[in-house]
Design a protein around this ligand. Structure first.
Ligand SMILES: [Fe+2]
Length: 377
């Protein structure tokens, strides 16, 4: 074996120093683009709350100004806007007894302590919200929306989930979730099993083309942003991904586009915006969900600010941007959108999937089991 000639030592030190300086300059540049908004206390209205969006809306209407009166929050369109996780107000600690994790409390008492303790052990995700800028290039947005339009043109069967009356356009859910089932399963929207023949084949093919582009352009952006802003979330989800592969490995090998690499497990995709204030009750308190906006080529839509009264305002939300936010704890809506061509892709982890992968079926707390065995065949 021939030995590689060594580089002269002086030069390599020089290169290292130069790289280090470049890195520091890059960090400083990024820091200059960040804009922080500090809340005095963590909003706690929905830490312990029944799954009812009518009540969410009336509580928000009682406690906060109307949506149109909320201020616009970041001062610049070009800033990465960050709301770090603030401490709980003094009285709120009792919400979680002795646990510091009141802010992540689950509704079902049987699960709460264990999930909270585990999240506490690995470290909490230290964010309420981040709005990122330019995560998806224009050309990549157009490709994604073209693929979405081709999927819709193939006439998929209507979405299977309840839409909860909060949106003008129905949304499809692709990927994996669990809800109250004993094992993770692939969403019905992904399977399209009520279609037959050529139409079925075409719909699945176009869905997978669309999801492949999500894997190509959105998944790496989520990975980078999590590594940078909330690496704890990657760690929390590792055992969940293992469980998913254990249960659904063969199906995912057949449909690799449904596998988002364990950074999230499902996406919701739709045109427009979710205009009514709501919480996503099937998301996880301690984790952030990523919402991406992608624009159709040539579209001129306007509006669609991300509205979060508990965070003190509305946040402009343009094509190519993403917001990572605690969608289970912070009530939110999209402001009305004028015009067409705004597609929302929400990347989330289903709470049933996360809880049961980490802790198995919930205990029967005397009020009946809170899971059912689904016959999916
Ligand atoms: Fe939502």
């Amino acid at each position: 074996m021939t030995k590689r000639p060594r580089r002269p030592k002086g030069r390599s030190e020089e290169v290292k120093t130069k790289r280090k300086l470049n890195h520091i300059a890059h960090l400083a540049k990024m820091e200059a683009r960040r804009e922080y908004h500090y809340l005095k206390h963590c909003p706690s209205e929905f830490l312990v709350f029944k799954n009812n969006n009518e009540d969410v809306q009336s509580k928000i209407a009682q406690n906060y100004p109307p949506v149109d009166d909320l201020p616009v929050l970041p001062s610049s369109d070009e800033s990465i806007f960050i709301i770090p996780l603030p401490p709980l107000a003094p009285g709120d600690e009792q919400l979680a007894g002795t646990s510091m994790m009141a802010r992540y409390i689950m509704d079902r008492p049987g699960m709460t302590a264990e999930v909270n303790q585990w999240l506490e052990d690995v470290g909490a995700v230290p964010l309420l919200l981040v709005r990122f800028i330019r995560l998806v290039d224009d050309e990549h947005q157009y490709q994604i929306v073209d693929a979405w339009d081709r999927f819709i043109a193939a006439r998929p069967s209507p979405p299977k989930s309840k839409q909860e009356n909060r949106t003008r356009f129905p949304g499809y859910h692709f990927g994996i979730w669990q809800h109250y089932a004993l094992l993770p399963f692939i969403t019905l929207d992904s399977l399209q099993s009520d279609l037959k023949g050529d139409r079925y084949l075409l719909v699945i093919q176009r869905m997978d083309e669309f999801l492949s582009l999500v894997n190509k352009y959105i998944v790496p952006a989520v990975q980078r942003m999590l590594q940078w802003y909330a690496p704890q979330q990657i760690q929390i989800l590792e055992p969940v991904y293992e469980k998913v592969l254990e249960t659904l490995g063969p199906q995912l090998r057949e449909r690799p586009a449904l596998n988002f690499g364990g950074l999230f497990f499902a996406i919701a995709a739709k045109e427009g915006s979710s205009e009514r204030i709501h919480l996503d009750f099937f998301d996880v308190h301690g984790l952030v969900t990523f919402i991406f906006i992608v624009s159709r080529r040539g579209s001129t839509w306007s509006g669609g600010d991300f509205v979060a009264p508990q965070l003190g305002g509305r946040i402009p939300f343009k094509g190519g941007q993403a917001i990572a936010v605690r969608t289970r704890s912070i009530a939110h809506a999209g402001a009305e959108v004028t015009g067409l061509g705004r597609i929302v892709i929400t990347c989330f982890c289903n709470s049933g999937l996360v809880e049961r992968a980490l802790f198995g079926p919930p205990r029967d707390d005397g009020k009946g089991k809170d899971y059912v065995v689904l016959d999916l065949q």
